[in-house]
Write a protein that binds this ligand. Structure first.
Ligand code: PGA
Length: 246
């Protein structure tokens, strides 16, 4: 049985005040059958770790460097994220891929850095609208998964979460239908069979893209959807808590 997992990606939205307010509200959440993780911007990670110590909320970074350490001005190493007490990291979010030219090589390197220091990597995949319109969505997602599937060791997958986020559904209010999402999640699981049947069965696959309290229940009830990666709605404590309870 895979555990349920709800992740909140705050993107570039936060202040000391908003982090305190949001985490104070979220720390009331208690449900041993689910994991909840928030991904604040890097400057607030240590504060978020401190504020969530007594709660079941986990904290992660929105990205990490593809390198271990050294002369990479502006970058944040996976080891630093781990050092301050965060245990999760997003890798290859579509905004990183499209706005910061993160390609599959970088996604693999960042995932390897994360795994090497003991972080769980949430690797994001998903097609654009144009790719879906010509029926390429499975080919695109298979390509995004290929290096991970061929180059990571089976044991590494204990610390990998896949997030399927169709680019056309991110921040647009447009959600994949539960059937569209389920079909892609089942396809992703079939790709993971190349690693092993156990990895295919055990790896959590989250859906992301305009998840809100109103659609979470139906999405999360699909057999291959293990939870959500929530952007906009994760900035509203009551909305996010309602999603966590779905
Ligand atoms: P959204 O973002 O929920 O605002 O669509 C999801 C994401 O980008 O992770």
């Amino acid at each position: 049985m895979r555990r349920r997992l709800i992740a909140g990606n705050w993107k570039m939205n936060a202040s000391v005040d908003s982090v305190r307010t949001l985490l104070r509200a979220l720390s009331e959440f208690q449900d041993d059958s689910k994991d909840v993780v928030v991904f604040p911007p890097a400057p607030y990670l240590a504060l978020a770790v401190e504020l969530t110590k007594q709660s079941q909320i986990g904290v992660g970074a929105q990205t990490c460097a593809a390198y271990e350490s050294g002369a990479y001005t502006g970058e944040v190493a996976a080891s630093m994220v781990h050092d301050i007490g965060a245990r999760h990291v997003l890798v290859g979010h579509s905004e990183r891929r499209s706005l910061f030219a993160e390609n599959d090589d970088a996604v693999l390197a960042k995932t390897q850095q994360a795994l090497a220091v003991g972080l769980t990597a949430y690797v994001c995949v998903g097609e654009t609208l144009a790719q879906r319109q010509v029926g390429d969505e499975q080919a695109v997602v298979a390509q995004q998964l290929r290096r991970l599937v061929t180059e990571l060791a089976p044991a590494d997958w204990q610390h990998i979460v896949i997030a399927y986020e169709p680019v056309w559904a991110i921040g647009t209010g447009e959600t994949a239908t539960p059937a569209q999402a389920q079909a892609m999640h089942a396809f992703i699981r079939s790709q993971l069979q190349q690693v092993s049947a156990e990895v295919a069965e055990r790896t959590p696959i989250l859906y992301g893209g305009s998840v809100k309290a109103a659609n979470a229940e139906e999405l999360f009830s699909q057999p291959d959807i293990d939870g959500g990666l929530v952007g906009g709605a994760s900035l509203d404590a009551q909305e996010f808590l309602a999603i966590c309870r779905s």
